[in-house]
Design a protein around this ligand. Structure first.
Ligand SMILES: *C1O[C@H](CO)[C@@H](O)[C@H](O)[C@H]1NC(C)=O
Ligand SMILES: *[C@@H]1O[C@H](CO)[C@@H](O)[C@H](O)[C@H]1NC(C)=O
Ligand SMILES: *[C@@H]1O[C@H](CO)[C@@H](O)[C@H](O)[C@H]1NC(C)=O
Ligand SMILES: *[C@@H]1O[C@H](CO)[C@@H](O)[C@H](O)[C@H]1NC(C)=O
Ligand SMILES: *[C@@H]1O[C@H](CO)[C@@H](O)[C@H](O)[C@H]1NC(C)=O
Ligand SMILES: *[C@@H]1O[C@H](CO)[C@@H](O)[C@H](O)[C@H]1NC(C)=O
Ligand SMILES: *[C@@H]1O[C@H](CO)[C@@H](O)[C@H](O)[C@H]1NC(C)=O
Ligand SMILES: *[C@@H]1O[C@H](CO)[C@@H](O)[C@H](O)[C@H]1NC(C)=O
Ligand SMILES: *[C@@H]1O[C@H](CO)[C@@H](O)[C@H](O)[C@H]1NC(C)=O
Ligand SMILES: *[C@@H]1O[C@H](CO)[C@@H](O)[C@H](O)[C@H]1NC(C)=O
Ligand SMILES: *[C@@H]1O[C@H](CO)[C@@H](O)[C@H](O)[C@H]1NC(C)=O
Ligand SMILES: CC(=O)N[C@H]1CO[C@H](CO)[C@@H](O)[C@@H]1O
Length: 707
């Protein structure tokens, strides 16, 4: 049982079958099969179906009646025992036994072993022999047992022992031996059954061979070479055909040795080596092996086009590989070009990338290494306070990712540079470094526009991120407004200023009325079309480039020069009152707040009233002396100045009184008094006296001569 199990576990070598079409004798066929294959084929229950298919004629197979003296039909030519038979009925034709009475009386070996129950049918000769010998089959067995080593299980293969027949009483035995073939070999018939034939007949034949399973080894593999060796093939191998496939090409070598040094291989390539032993011009089953040449080193690894979140890597490599393995980012990348873009990196961060060529998933070349920082990202929400005259206060929010510090630069804009045209923060000059998110510039010029830019830095402040640029402003200074220079219908204002400005907003306001705005870039302004004698307030505000960013308003007020009223009228009311009326000056028409000074003066009395001030256009003077001539003036008052006065005069009504006095003439000169000339002269002198002393009052001199 143990032996059987062991045998049963033997793996059958795979067999291959080769039909040979040229007909030869069985011996020649066998020799040929042994030279070029293993042997003539055996037939087993396993292979018979394959072998018997599509046969068009009979083929020799490896069974001969007797081989090397073995028991007939018991061994195949390759030595295997016959475990399967498929004889055509009546075959093999048994030998017709010559009876013992035959003249030559030779002994012979009987080889058939028919079954008992149909022994007559299968092997009539034995029956005849038994009859001749007056023996039963059992007796025959008993007689012959010591001579043979029967296999009782299979009656088919039980050999019948050699019997020396010496009896010659079987003259009655029949002899019908026409078909018996002494030197017979088995032919496989086209329908799969067996028949014995004369071995020297010429038939095509079937050889078999076992699939050749050799060992092949690869060693000393370098980038360009490898040493392959293999085990010898069976039998007469003429040479070995070595087929090396790889790098899109195949090379074939004929070798008689059992090794081959492969040269000129490409690095990083998978090669397949097949070694076919060649026997009788036939390729035996090849011995296969695959191997990779190690990939060559990656070199010249460069970083290009660094952005905040990506870098482009490029490198050089000769030979082949399955892919490049890039390590350094979050997860390794497999790439099959010699450049790639690595994305999703953190801004401002240092990365060290290694690139190696990989074959067979895990075999890596010497890698190239490069370190780089990604650019820092832009700062966020950059703002300038824009509220100081000489300071600029800036703050912002940190950029995403990592930074070592910030560079902040400030520069006055020249007229032709807009801040957005600066491409590099450094172009601006006046740069500072800070690690906090705010900065204050001092000692700036008021009223200026500046370009301000902030960029985050990394790599020890050597790599700058994209800058963020804004315009920053200082608040303009207040003007120094000089004294106003008014005239009757205009005011000229002039001022000076420290620092820069875009323009000035000037306005003029008449009391109680809306003001009017003008702008100018000059440092003076002449307000025209004003009303004379009116109080005006001038305001000057400095404006900057930034809308809404302006200085405080500086104000100054003054009156326009007053002009005199165009006319005045004095109306006598009675002995003591006169009402003065006058007109509004033309240049002041429409003004609401004109003030007038009025005065009244009498020469005779050497009297003048105080200066009365009124906003009305009339004034009544009372408590005057009657019959007196008064001079009135009215002038427009504006602040400290008054216009030229407009004058008018009139007399109060006289309160009439008659004063009578008499004059008597005496003279040393006789008759002088009677001289009318003298009288007239005297009266004239008197009148002249009155006239000289009663100026500006009402009087009337009447001379009455009562003589
Ligand atoms: C058969 O005869 C041969 C000689 O002819 C002899 O050598 C042999 O011993 C005989 N066998 C028996 C079983 O008698
Ligand atoms: C027996 O004798 C006959 C006639 O003499 C001869 O033809 C035959 O070949 C002989 N057989 C053997 C086995 O010797
Ligand atoms: C018969 O058998 C004997 C012994 O087994 C052997 O020596 C002899 O060669 C055989 N004869 C023939 C013709 O096969
Ligand atoms: C055959 O043998 C038996 C006994 O074994 C014998 O009785 C018989 O007479 C014999 N026959 C002849 C014809 O010899
Ligand atoms: C064969 O021999 C055995 C013992 O040697 C004997 O018992 C048996 O009866 C014999 N068979 C015949 C058929 O003679
Ligand atoms: C190898 O041998 C075959 C014949 O056996 C021949 O046809 C072929 O050209 C040879 N190849 C080389 C590379 O020698
Ligand atoms: C290998 O390549 C070199 C250079 O290309 C060449 O000179 C040499 O002949 C090649 N060797 C073989 C065996 O092909
Ligand atoms: C690929 O690698 C595996 C194990 O890493 C190894 O078993 C296999 O032989 C390699 N293939 C070749 C063709 O070298
Ligand atoms: C650099 O990368 C950016 C973004 O990936 C791309 O748009 C640009 O074309 C690249 N520049 C160069 C010169 O490769
Ligand atoms: C390599 O490139 C080929 C085509 O160019 C593509 O089909 C394949 O997916 C790529 N393999 C890898 C690992 O990128
Ligand atoms: C402003 O920038 C210009 C170049 O654009 C430079 O020449 C100048 O020096 C800078 N001014 C200051 C104050 O940094
Ligand atoms: C043993 C035996 O019976 N042999 C005989 C065979 O036949 C011849 C004649 O035919 C006799 O002479 C033998 O005696």
């Amino acid at each position: 049982m143990w032996m059987a199990l062991l045998l049963g576990s033997v793996i059958w070598a795979e067999e291959q079958y080769f039909r040979q079409a040229n007909a030869t004798t069985w011996d020649e066929a066998r020799l040929y099969c042994q030279a070029c294959f293993k042997d003539l084929t055996t037939l087993t229950s396993r292979n018979v179906h394959d072998l018997a298919q599509n046969l068009i004629s009979d083929f020799w197979v490896g069974l001969r009646r007797s081989l090397n003296g073995s028991i007939p039909w018991s061994r195949w030519s390759n030595g295997d025992t016959v475990t399967y038979q498929n004889w055509y009925p009546g075959h093999p034709v048994p030998k017709v036994e010559t009876c013992p009475l035959t003249p030559n009386n030779t002994s012979m070996n009987s080889t058939t072993a028919p079954k008992m129950n149909n022994i007559e049918e299968q092997c009539p000769l034995v029956m005849e022999i038994l009859t001749c010998l007056n023996l039963t089959y059992g007796e025959l067995e008993n007689i012959t047992r010591p001579l043979v080593n029967p296999t009782p299980h299979t009656l088919y293969t039980t050999p019948v022992p050699t019997v020396n027949v010496t009896s010659n009483k079987t003259q009655t035995c029949d002899t019908k031996a026409e078909k018996y073939i002494e030197d017979s070999c088995v032919a496989l018939l086209s329908f799969g059954m067996w028949k014995e034939k004369q071995c020297n007949e010429s038939l095509p034949f079937i050889c078999y061979d076992e699939r050749f399973l050799g060992e092949i080894k690869i060693s000393n593999v370098s980038k360009s070479e490898g040493y392959v060796d293999w085990s010898p093939g069976p039998g007469n191998i003429s040479h070995y055909r070595v087929k090396v496939t790889g790098d899109n090409a195949s090379l074939i070598y004929n070798e008689t040795d059992l090794f081959k040094q492969l040269v000129n291989l490409t690095a990083g390539t998978r090669y397949n080596v097949q070694v076919y032993p060649v026997k009788c011009g036939r390729d035996l089953n090849p011995q296969n092996i695959s191997f990779y040449t190690p990939p060559s080193d990656v070199y010249d690894l460069n970083v290009k086009n660094v952005t905040t979140t990506s870098v482009e890597l490029s490198w050089n490599h000769s030979g082949n590989c399955d892919f490049y393995l890039i390590k350094g980012a979050d997860k390794p990348n497999k790439i099959n070009k010699t450049k790639t873009e690595i994305c999703k990196l953190t801004p401002g961060t240092e990365y060290t990338f290694t690139v190696s060529a990989v074959v067979n998933e895990t075999t890596e070349s010497v890698s190239a290494k490069v370190s780089t920082f990604t650019k820092p990202s832009r700062v966020r929400d950059l703002m300038s306070a824009d509220d100081g005259r000489t300071v600029i206060t800036v703050h912002w929010n940190a950029s995403e990712g990592i930074h070592s510090s910030y560079r902040i630069c400030l520069n006055e804009t020249s007229a032709c540079i807009s801040c957005s045209q600066c491409e590099n923060c450094n172009q601006l000059g006046n740069c500072h470094y800070t690690t906090v998110e705010n900065f204050t510039f001092t000692d700036k010029t008021p009223g200026k526009k500046y370009c301000l830019c902030v960029a985050a830095l990394t790599d020890n402040n050597t790599l700058s991120g994209e800058m963020v640029t804004i315009e920053a402003y200082t608040r303009p200074e207040n003007v120094e407004l000089g004294n106003l220079e008014p005239s009757d219908q205009s005011i000229f204002a002039e001022w000076t200023i420290n620092g820069a400005y875009k323009e000035f907003r000037v306005s003029i306001e008449e009391e109680g009325l809306e003001n009017k705005n003008y702008s100018t870039t000059d440092k003076n302004y002449s307000f025209e079309g004003l009303k004379a004698g009116v109080y005006y307030t001038v305001t000057v505000t400095t404006l900057s480039e930034k809308p809404g960013l302006e200085s405080e308003s500086v104000k100054k007020s003054d009156y326009t020069t007053p002009t005199p009223p165009p006319w005045a009228n004095a109306t006598v009311l009675n002995e003591t009152s006169i009402t003065l009326t006058w007109g509004v000056p033309k240049k002041s028409e429409g003004a609401s707040n004109i003030k007038y000074n009025v005065t009244c003066y009498s020469v005779y009395w050497n009297f003048s009233t105080p200066v009365y001030q009124t906003k009305e256009n009339h004034w009544t003077f009372g408590s005057l002396n009657s019959g007196t001539h008064y001079n009135f003036t009215v002038s427009v008052v504006a602040g400290n100045s008054t216009s030229h006065p407009t004058s008018v005069s009139n007399k109060t009504k006289p309160n009439r009184k008659t004063l009578t006095f008499a004059m008597l003439c005496t003279s040393k000169t006789t008759l002088l008094c009677s001289n009318s000339k003298a009288q007239t002269e005297t009266l004239n002198k008197l009148e002249r006296y009155f006239s000289e002393n009663l100026i500006g009052i009402h009087w009337n001199l009447t001379i009455v001569d009562r003589k």
